[in-house]
Design a protein around this ligand. Structure first.
Ligand code: GTP
Ligand code: MG
Length: 441
């Protein structure tokens, strides 16, 4: 079923150690020949000089894994070499010339999935672990790797199967078994409610995984770019005392208490005849609407002005924090915003208060991380399809349709749960998932 593949599994660059992996039926023979070891104990580290066509390729440590006790479930070899770019390429080249094919992206992990070593959800968690930007996403990904989401799905599966069994018995033995419609209705409604909550939390948890988007908006010269730079602790955006300095959207990433944020600095919003500036302002407004949280920067040297009013009209519908900036030199705090957090983007004064305010404004997103174990867009979409089928079952039950119509809906919901966990899959789906991985993973 599998041919023999190989790839460099460590990042290609200069490092202490590099890893080349070989997987498949010929992996052991290829490696043994290259390192001149004939009898091997599995999972033991051997030291050797690798030779190919009479030349030393590298000095390596090498481990042989015997199917099914390997990452992929196949015979597998891992070669640890000196971590140089050229030398590692040479090791791979020797392996390829000895009969292996270069692996595709994620092909080792795909093999682990196809061999039943891991579920699709676990494969996705492995990808998420590599991609994780904050501690909380890392924690969620590890929980899924250990099977948390799979457990939850199994729970829904068994409940739906029980309902299905009850319905099917009544179809098979219509004279002996009365369907308890009320009970089925209640059980399905309970599942539906739980799914709604799960989906809502999952959406927030996905935001958490990608990074919470925080837009900094305000009138020109209020100190937005200064604030961005101070938060990032680097000179990312140009700062001048000329209003209208920032034209384009500038992004940066930071962690606050282990939570990952994508910060977006925008052009100061005002009426202008300048073509470039007004394009920038249109962009600002777009970013504002997409953000999970908005820092509305007010200038305490000018107080709340007409320009602020215009921006406030847009901001007030969103999840925003008013921030009085330049408090080192100004004290024009209008009463509408007298309780707003008062900072100095220049000196960093009161940044701790600003950070705790930010965290409390996104606490629902942060808390979603505790209760949701859906970590990818695909998982969320499948879960939404499960819910649609459950809803359809409830609707058909209420409308007095024959129970076999309801049983079809429940079967579909069950099928989607199988798709979620990877009991059912298409080649396209696998390609989409594994093509995100690196070569060698
Ligand atoms: N004293 C003081 N000056 C500040 C503070 N924040 C910003 N400034 C100054 O205000 C001016 C404008 O700062 P920017 O950060 O460029 O303002 P902006 O909101 O990004 O402006 P636009 O890009 O034009 O929209 C600069 O001269 C900054 O040094 C602050 O907290 N205190
Ligand atoms: Mg700016």
């Amino acid at each position: 079923m599998f041919d023999t593949i190989a790839a460099i599994s460590s990042p290609l660059g200069t490092g202490a150690i590099s890893v080349v992996r070989i997987d498949g039926p010929k992996s052991h023979d290829i490696a043994k020949k290259l390192v001149k070891i004939s009898n091997v104990d599995y999972r033991r580290v051997y030291h050797a000089f690798m030779e190919f066509e009479g030349q030393i390729v590298d000095e390596v440590n090498i481990v042989f894994y015997k199917s099914p006790n390997s990452y992929t479930g196949n015979d597998l070899v891992e070669i640890y070499g000196h971590g140089g770019i050229l030398v590692t390429r040479k090791v791979l080249e020797a392996v390829l010339k000895s009969g292996a094919r270069l692996a595709e992206r994620g092909e080792f992990t795909k093999r682990a999935f196809l061999n039943g070593k891991i579920s699709l959800v676990q494969a996705e968690s492995i990808y998420q672990i590599i991609e994780a930007k904050s501690e909380i996403s890392l924690k969620l990904s590890f929980e899924n790797l250990k099977g948390k989401l799979s457990e939850e799905i199994e729970n829904y599966r068994s409940r739906l199967l029980n309902i299905l069994a009850e319905i099917e018995v009544s179809i098979d033995y219509p004279d002996d078994m009365e369907v308890d419609f009320d009970n089925i209705f209640n059980l399905l409604s309970k599942i539906d409610q739980e799914l709604s909550l799960k989906i809502e939390n999952s959406k927030k948890a996905l935001t958490l995984n990608k990074g919470i988007v925080m837009a900094i908006v305000g009138k020109p010269n209020s100190g937005k770019s200064t604030l961005l730079n101070k938060l990032l602790e680097e000179d990312r955006a140009i700062v001048t005392d000329i209003p209208g300095t920032t034209r384009d959207v500038i992004k940066g990433e930071i962690d606050i208490n282990g939570i990952h944020f994508v910060i977006v600095d925008t052009a100061g919003i005002r009426e202008t005849d300048d073509v470039v500036e007004s394009i920038g302002i249109q962009k600002s407004i777009k970013e504002l609407e997409k953000a999970d949280i908005v820092l509305f920067v007010l200038d305490s040297t000018t107080g709340f002005t007409k320009e602020d009013e215009y921006i406030f009209e847009k901001v007030k519908k969103l999840n925003y924090i008013p921030v009085w900036n330049k408090c080192d030199i100004g004290n024009n705090f209008n009463k509408e915003f007298k309780d707003a957090v008062k900072i100095s983007a220049l000196t960093g004064e009161s940044f701790r208060s600003l950070e705790s305010m930010i965290l409390s404004k996104v606490s629902d997103i942060i808390e979603s991380g505790e209760s949701s174990h859906v970590i990818t867009q695909r998982q969320l979409e499948v879960l939404e399809r499960v819910k649609r089928n459950v809803e359809s079952a409830i609707f058909n039950l209420k409308s007095g349709y024959e129970v076999d119509v309801v049983s079809i809906d429940i079967r579909k919901a069950l099928e989607e749960l199988d798709v979620l966990i990877g009991k059912r899959f298409s080649d396209d789906l696998l390609d989409t998932i594994f093509s995100n991985f690196c070569v060698g993973k």
